[in-house]
Ligand binder design. Structure first.
Ligand code: IMP
Length: 173
């Protein structure tokens, strides 16, 4: 049975979401924002974040990249499993991800989205895990930074389990 050590409590997640929602609302004031959630891990974060934004025009879509499966280390071979449906040409795009770790997934997604010719692309991640970064990815909005460890809960999974946990835990196998 794995051990679960609390890392970010529900109240802290909510406080951080309120903080970044204020920043995003200020930065995109008067503009239409296209939010692209990265499935599946960002589903709770995106749902809570979008309800805190004070913007009139928001569209939401999703992308999905290949996952870790039952592993806790990143695969270098990132496959796009689901593409977006909305037209982002000339639009301001905010990619909403659960964790940016090595950065390989995000770099691949950004490269893909750029082919659709958006006006701008920024990155919002619940957790910025910089320790294992392999490619330069700049996270514009983050709820928190974590140095190491495999996290579960609040959308984050291990082999598809634990996404439903209301807080973020460090899982020790
Ligand atoms: P990267 O390509 O190494 O940046 O990894 C990005 C993806 O790996 C994220 O979208 C997550 O789905 C997954 N991931 C990275 N770290 C963790 C973790 O600590 N817990 C759960 N999933 C993670």
């Amino acid at each position: 049975m794995p051990e679960f050590i609390p890392v970010i409590k529900k109240d802290d997640i909510q406080r951080q979401i309120t903080r970044i929602a204020a920043a995003i609302s200020a930065d995109y004031q008067g503009r239409e924002l296209i939010m692209i959630g990265v499935l599946k891990g960002a589903f709770l974060f995106l749902a809570d974040l979008v309800r805190e934004l004070k913007l009139e025009k928001i569209k939401i879509d999703f992308l999905q990249a290949s996952s870790y499966g039952a592993d806790t280390v990143s695969s270098e071979n990132i496959v796009l499993k689901k593409d977006i449906d909305v037209d982002i040409r000339g639009k301001d795009v905010l990619v909403v991800e659960d964790i940016v770790d090595t950065g390989l997934t995000m770099a691949r997604l950004i490269e893909h989205l750029k082919r659709h010719d958006p006006n701008s692309i920024r990155i919002c991640a619940m957790i910025d895990k910089r320790e294992r970064r392999k490619v330069a990815v700049n996270v514009d909005y983050a709820c928190g930074c974590v140095e190491e460890g495999f996290l579960v809960g609040y959308g984050l999974d291990y082999a598809e389990n634990y996404r439903n946990l209301p807080e973020i835990y460090h899982m020790k196998l």
